[in-house]
Design a protein around this ligand. Sequence first.
Ligand code: PEP
Ligand code: MG
Length: 625
Amino acid sequence: MDQETLRYDPESQVEAKPTGPLGSERTRRMEILKGIPVSQGIVIGRVYVLDADTRHIGRHHIRRDAIEAELNRLDVALKQAREELAGVFKDAESVMGEEAAKVFLFHQGMLGDKSLIGPIRLMIDAESVSAEYAVSHVLGEWSERFGRMPDLAFRSKVNDLEDLQERILTHLTGERRCQLAQVPAGTVVVARDLTPTQATSFDRTRVLAFATDLGGKTSHTAIVARALGTPAVVGCQTLTRLATDGSTIIIDGERGVVVLDPNEETLDDYRAAIKKRQQTRVTVGDDARLPALTLDKVHVQVLGNIEFSDEIPSLLEQGGEGVGLYRTEFLYLTSSTEPTEEDHFTAYARCVKLLNGRPLVIRTVDLGADKYTQERTDVPERNPFLGLRSIRYCLRSIPMFKTQLRAILRASALGPIKVMFPLITTTNELRHAKLVVHDVMEDLEEEGIPFDRNVKIGMMVEVPAAALMADTFAREVDFFSIGTNDLIQYTLAVDRTNERVAGMYNPLNPAVLRLIRDTVRAARRHEIDVSLCGEAGGDLEIALLLIGMGLRTLSVTGSAVAPLKRLIRGVSLTQCERLARKVFSFDSDVQVAAYLRDRARKIVPEAFDGRSVDDAEPGSGSDPA
Ligand code: PEP
Ligand code: MG
């Protein structure tokens, strides 16, 4: 959504609240910014603007006969940085789990990367400059180069490079910068960008959340925020220009909204939303174990989407009945080298153990587009979302694909696992992918390694071509899982990561709804399982519609599980089906949205009280004046 459209009426001025020592008394206008939600939770706090605070390192010349010593100094600093990172990894592992903590092993790997460190040594030697200058110059140039790349995958690594640069300079200069030692409780950190180290080092009793101008969903900083449970919104573009130290800020990590200097009405709405979330959390334990049965006793299975095995315990606590989507590409995003078969196997075996007999759908790696592969190519793709991503990438990287499949199949001997291919577009692709699975099965058989011969093989339906051909695909797979996140972007030609067209990215567009409906119908005709694992399933209004359209399994993000189960228990299938029939008589998303909004509140009012803010379109609220 364009930030201009998110601005409230310029006439509407609100009095600034008492803003603490750093706040000003002047009148401020409420500003609402839309960013990318990367870690859930809603927080109201005080702004602390973290300056970029770059070190100014002059070009300091050294004598030729001091070069040897300077190179030694660099080596010592690199060694110390490596050792420090080993400790950071251990500490991070204990708070956020091994998989997310691997971000720091990635940094360790960068320290050993000759293409990164070699030019630093070369510069010290060839230009007789200090190690500090060479480090800041070489890594600074890399950061600039990556920052200019149109591709998000490269841009998201800038903060890793900056993190590394700061760490090496700390060891070279002996000075550690720490701006955040003194922040008061209730702080929300606002920064142009944050490094993973900064995000990890916040005192979480004081720093409630953070928001940045830059960043993307798959950056290491986002992974750290999710693993720590720190609400965060990134990619807010102009936030640091607008935010003032000490003023009030709302971070809505559910919808990717940041509100600066909120008016009383907005604050009240958000306070109610926070209270509602807390109540949900408090009562989660009571009914989490109850199955999600509608009033007319139809079971809707509610599964969870995960990126790391460490998320499973909390998913189960919320009432998740298993994992409907394990995004395994995150194993690649936190590692500097490709995961080995053992790395894969360890992660999958851990999931099976934690799930203790509950279902686990492992999606084969969905790399490419904004994730990983672009960094490894000399010439990045011009249009990566339409490029060599996902199953296409796997089918061109058979050894890598087989490594993962071997691990999945080995883990299938330990518990109920299903394999799912992402982004299937053509039948040839599906057949090729299945052939590779059968090749791997033969290898395992020859080696006498146990696996489940009848492992279920399914596919994501997230490309319109697959939805349109669902009848054909349904004959060749055991199950479908509808991926609305991509299905919306490919149906409506709207880049899901581009905030400028975010307003056009609409799950309620009738074209999208028809593709979902036809996919469900095809699955039913062929008697195969069908579920939906896109974000839309976690939206309570849309969930009613999806159930009415015939879906009986929804896989959603962990925090959406309990509210969704409660919603299901408060409605009847008949009501949902009636609602869906009506929705299909509309020809615009605006009509669908208005009808759903109204009907949902009439059918299950209790599921929606206190959600006025969650439901309001940013910028469309009442005049704050
Ligand atoms: C989807 O596209 O809906 C989906 C669940 O997959 P991802 O968000 O990982 O692309
Ligand atoms: Mg997808």
